[in-house]
Design a protein around this ligand. Structure first.
Ligand SMILES: [Zn+2]
Length: 217
């Protein structure tokens, strides 16, 4: 090869003195930053910012398969987590569940009948899960299981806890959210890595200033 032409330089920096924007960095001026965001968005694997676990989307069919693989005759409850660690009396949530015809609800780990009067402490964080179905794992329940999981997904925006008698509860997620912590992340897009966009903000501080200063340092 005698010569190769037409390759753009890896880095080219215009010396512009007019741009005094404090947010300009070598990355933004050279557009490397834009390519990095694109790269991260295409090949990145989202992890839970709380527990570090990989976050997957799961289809309802995959959830059905996973439940059907549980030991035969296992008693399970399908729970829709509708309130996760939020303060309040949540009277509307409970009223809505009652009106929709659900019978049981689990609040902070305890089961209640929705026909009882339930008064929650306003200033304490609560977890509320609606019991959507109770089943025994055996052949032939697939159709009912699918229908019930669909109902759970609608109630709780894609999250489900399956409570197994004499076993560990299993958490499921239909969207990009950690089934254990419930922290959801958006589908990974270039803007998720932007320090100029609220979508790129850190979940904990919800202020992009922090991340921005990290990226500049
Ligand atoms: Zn997690």
């Amino acid at each position: 090869m005698e010569s190769i032409e037409g390759l753009s330089p890896a880095i080219s920096i215009d010396q512009k003195s007019t741009n005094r924007n404090p947010r300009s960095t070598v990355g933004t001026v050279t557009e490397i930053y834009d390519y990095m965001r694109l790269l991260y968005a295409r090949i990145g694997i989202p992890h839970c910012p709380k527990c570090g676990k990989e976050i997957h989307k799961q289809t309802i069919d995959q959830m059905v398969d996973q439940i059907m693989a549980m030991p035969e005759r296992a008693k399970i409850q399908l729970l829709a987590p509708v309130v996760r660690g939020r303060k309040g009396e949540h009277a509307k949530v409970l009223e809505h569940a009652r009106k929709s015809g659900y019978v049981r609800v689990r609040i902070d780990g305890n089961l209640y009948e929705l026909s009882e009067e339930i008064k929650l402490e306003k200033n304490i964080k609560h977890n509320i899960e609606i019991v959507v179905d109770r089943l025994i794992v055996k052949e032939g329940i697939e159709k009912r299981l699918t229908d019930s999981i669909e109902t759970v997904m609608e109630l709780s925006n894609g999250l489900m806890t399956v409570d197994v008698t004499d076993g560990q509860p299993v958490n499921f997620s239909q969207s990009f959210s950690c089934p254990d912590c419930g922290v959801s992340v958006d589908e990974v897009e270039p803007r998720s890595f932007s320090f100029n966009n609220p979508f790129g903000a850190c979940l904990n501080v919800s202020a992009w200033g922090i991340r921005w200063s990290l990226m500049r340092s």
